[in-house]
Design a protein around this ligand. Structure first.
Ligand code: PEP
Ligand code: MN
Length: 291
């Protein structure tokens, strides 16, 4: 079966699993991504204030999130929207990391900012709008930091694999992919969650894959259900937007969960996460036997 997929992804061969290529496991502080435990990254879309960040971090950590997300450099669709606090936002993330011990994932949008962002972040996020910015991918690869690569909203699975391959070929094997919804004719949801892509990527690629139910749905009332779909599809983790007061958020408020909603979601998802954990250990046992 894998041979069959190779026809589609022929120019991204190193990215494809073969029975000898084990699952990539990323190590971030003491967290393993892709190792069978479901990993949750949560936090605000944008870093706004120290207080907002700390309150959110403490609550999402208590509820079971291991990694804090928050954008300091924001790639906004409109030039008139808030563009992020920049280096001040990075400093707030660093202080929150210090206070809570949580690892930090934050986006880098420009090649020239890579050394700066890499000095503060545990994981560099490449957003969907930059998935094919090869100069940025190369610079991010050279930083040596693990990279969270989001699927472009108009990118095929092959395109995503080629971008991942670009990072790998520049000497950085620590890449995780993220399905965050693609453009379709549907407008009720902000994007269309391509759950099938998660299923397929788990079969053809050894890199961990996350689901982003926030950007996929664009509506907070759908986030928990979209996350469940991602878990059922085989995702290794999720990245979710959470804000103490979503109605006052400086970006993506409509899709941000309140702290209480995040707590409730984590409780709702627990049985599904345990199921996924069992499935993943059966899967690795089978791979072991097949080797
Ligand atoms: C984000 O994570 O806030 C973001 C901008 O994501 P995406 O690149 O998927 O739109
Ligand atoms: Mn966002």
């Amino acid at each position: 079966m894998r041979d069959h997929w190779q026809l589609y992804f022929a120019d991204a061969p190193d990215c494809l699993t073969d029975p000898k290529r084990p699952q990539t496991i990323l190590h971030v502080l003491d967290i393993e991504i892709g190792g069978g435990e479901f990993v949750t990254m949560a936090g605000p879309c944008s870093v706004e204030t120290e207080r907002q960040l700390l309150i959110t971090a403490e609550r999402v950590c208590q509820a079971g999130a291991q990694i804090l997300r928050g954008g300091a450099f924001k790639p906004r669709s409109s030039p008139y929207s808030f563009q992020g606090l920049g280096v001040e936002g990075l400093r707030m993330l660093a202080r929150t990391r210090e206070a809570t011990g949580m690892a930090i994932v934050t986006e880098v949008i420009s090649e020239s900012d890579v050394p700066l962002v890499a000095a503060y972040a545990d994981i560099l996020q490449i957003g969907c709008r930059n998935m094919e910015n090869y100069a940025l991918l190369e610079a991010a690869a050279h930083s040596g930091r693990p990279i969270l690569l989001k699927r472009g909203m108009m990118a095929t699975i092959g395109d995503l694999l080629r971008s991942a391959q670009c990072i790998l070929s520049h000497g950085n094997p620590n890449v995780m992919l993220c399905e965050r919804g693609i453009r379709s004719f549907e407008t009720v949801t902000r994007n269309t969650l391509d759950a099938g892509a998660i299923v397929l990527l788990k079969q053809v690629c050894h890199l961990p894959i996350l689901v982003d139910p926030s950007h996929a749905s664009g509506r907070r009332e759908l986030v928990s259900e979209f996350a469940r779909v991602g878990i059922a599809a085989g995702a290794d983790g999720m990245i979710v937007e959470v804000h103490p007061k979503p109605e006052q958020a400086w970006s993506d408020g409509e899709q941000s969960l309140t702290l209480e909603q995040f707590d409730a979601m984590m409780t709702e998802l627990e049985p599904w996460i345990s199921l996924a954990r069992r499935r993943s250990s059966v899967r690795s046992a089978l791979l072991e036997v097949g080797r």
